[in-house]
Design a protein around this ligand. Structure first.
Ligand code: B12
Ligand code: SF4
Length: 440
């Protein structure tokens, strides 16, 4: 069936091709008419674009203004303990963001003004994976455009609709007469319900986000989790052996994700969040009801939780949610460069494993990617710096390729040591301790 394009009537004061500056209030009316629930405008030179500017200009060098657009998700579906209901809402609201952004671009194209709609999430530039695959960090632009602020759970909390929003960004080759202002308050009031609800403990009470634990569970049907599934199928010698490793329902879950869009396994951090002016009053009026009706059903969900062996997440599920089933999976990451390895460990670090560690490592990588780096693991915290800083407890000199083979489990440590592709100066036990902080 042919898609019918909506009839959009341009507000008369918006401006036209060749006209230097568009009216912000007319542009807002237009974007809202096309289906957004809120929007704001940011200049390409705004500090909120600093992190992303190079990627944005590579995608669309004409960008002068960024339109941040927000679409609401319906609250009750996102809160449902039946995650199929929540997933339907995530997918449909996500498509809505992409459709609204596309309609905005259609309007400008017809008006002779260049514009680009960037993806809400997927498709991403997967050829760069596991490096950054997105063009715009919608959260940062939305913050600059006054849509909300990132809460303790790291997602943007809209000042009215709370955590129940998805975001998009349109890149525009025109200026607007009035730019939006960032909010001067954060709707997150640190109730920490997101901390309590996350099945893998990815959100720490101090705001630290354990990326790897979130990614390995919530995203098991995506990217690295999908590769794990392929690996487990191809490694199996027979149908019987495959069925012993991967249950029938695990296989059909993968089929469903491929056929209907990948399912998120949790996202409980958004479901339980009571922030946002449209939502908070009901919570404040009866906090117990919020706990009993929204938080507990998610905590009590008997479900499979995907964790890497010996990770903080594994310990968390076993301790906090013994009724949930732990499913051990391989980490969904591989390192394809030393630069990627040094960044990846900041995402994979398991602070719980390093609580009593105090060690400084000086790495010298030789061969195809020569580099020096200092990795400091100190009482549960990790820092990675270029060059050799401070006094090392262990010096590691290694060929870059060989090291990547080792961290991706293609080459054993013994082989590296025997072939002298890895040399250690200091207590070798510290290398084993190092490995425990990044279970894979
Ligand atoms: C990468 C990504 C993820 C990563 C990292 C999440 C995160 N905290 O940033 C993972 C896979 C874990 C993830 C999970 C989820 N995501 Co997501 N995700 C993105 C994406 C593509 C970019 C995020 C971003 O801007 N990061 C950079 C900065 C701004 O974020 P940050 O919190 O300061 O930094 C963290 C990570 O990004 C990470 N990081 C920083 N740089 C890099 C580079 C690389 C290569 C990698 C891998 C990671 C990484 O390190 C920090 C964590 O310690 C955006 C889409 C987009 N194009 O913007 C959606 C987006 C942020 N996700 C979204 C959603 C809804 C989710 C989930 C709820 C998924 C779900 N439905 O189940 C969960 C929530 C997890 C959480 N508590 O944050 C929404 C958030 C909407 C909102 N209200 O803010 C977005 C904006 C998509 C959209 N268009 O609406 N997501
Ligand atoms: S659940 Fe509470 S602590 Fe978490 S983001 Fe929402 S308001 Fe902040």
């Amino acid at each position: 069936m042919a898609r019918s394009e909506p009839a959009i009537t341009a507000p008369p004061s918006l401006g036209a091709a060749g006209q230097e500056t568009l009216s912000a209030s007319a542009l807002r009316d237009l974007v809202m008419e096309m289906g957004a629930d809120d929007c704001g405008f940011v200049d390409i030179d705004d500090p909120c674009v600093d992190v992303d500017r190079e990627y944005i200009l590579r995608c669309f060098p004409n960008t002068k203004t960024l339109i941040s657009l927000v679409c609401r998700m319906h609250v009750e579906p996102v809160r449902s303990p039946n995650r199929t209901v929540a997933n339907l809402e995530f997918h449909q609201a996500g498509h809505e963001v992409d459709e609204v952004a596309r309609k905005v671009v259609r309007y400008f194209e017809d008006s002779g003004i260049k514009a680009i709609n960037t993806p809400m999430a997927f498709p991403m530039e997967m050829e760069h994976f596991p490096d950054r695959g997105w063009i715009v960090s919608h959260k940062l632009i939305a913050e600059g455009a006054g849509m909300g602020k990132r809460g303790l759970h790291r997602s943007l909390i809209h000042h009215r609709f709370g955590s129940f929003v998805l975001l998009g960004t349109v890149l525009l080759d025109a200026r607007v007469d009035t730019l939006s202002k960032a909010l001067d308050f954060n709707p997150c009031f640190e109730c920490k319900l997101c901390v309590a609800a996350c099945p893998v403990g990815a959100i720490k009470p101090d705001g630290y986000f354990d990326f790897a634990s979130c990614y390995n569970h919530n995203y098991q049907q995506f990217m690295g989790g999908f590769v794990n599934w392929i690996d487990s199928v191809t490694e199996s010698r027979s149908v019987k052996a495959s069925r012993q490793k991967t249950s029938f329902s695990d296989h059909v879950v993968r089929w469903q994700s491929l056929a209907h869009g990948p399912s998120y396994n949790a996202a409980y951090c958004l479901s339980v969040c009571p922030a946002g002016s449209n939502i908070v009053d009901t919570y404040l009026a009866d906090k117990k009801a919020h706990l009993d009706q929204i938080v507990r059903p998610l905590q009590q969900n008997t479900e499979q939780v995907y964790v890497v062996k010996d990770s903080d997440a594994e310990a968390h599920v076993k301790k906090r949610f013994p009724h949930k089933q732990v499913r051990l999976v391989k980490s969904g990451f591989i390192s394809t460069s030393i630069r990627g390895f040094l960044f990846g460990i900041t995402l994979a670090f398991q602070g719980g494993k390093a609580k009593s560690m105090r060690a400084i490592y000086h790495f010298t990588f030789t061969g195809k990617e020569p580099k020096q780096a200092t990795i400091k693991i100190w009482e549960g915290k990790l820092s990675v710096n270029e060059g050799h800083v401070g006094k090392a407890n262990l010096k590691v000199t290694t060929d870059a390729n060989a090291w990547l083979g080792f961290v991706n489990k293609d080459i054993s440590l013994i082989r590296l040591l025997m072939t002298r592709k890895l040399r250690l100066q200091g207590n070798p036990r510290l290398l084993a301790e190092f490995g425990k902080c990044f279970p894979s």
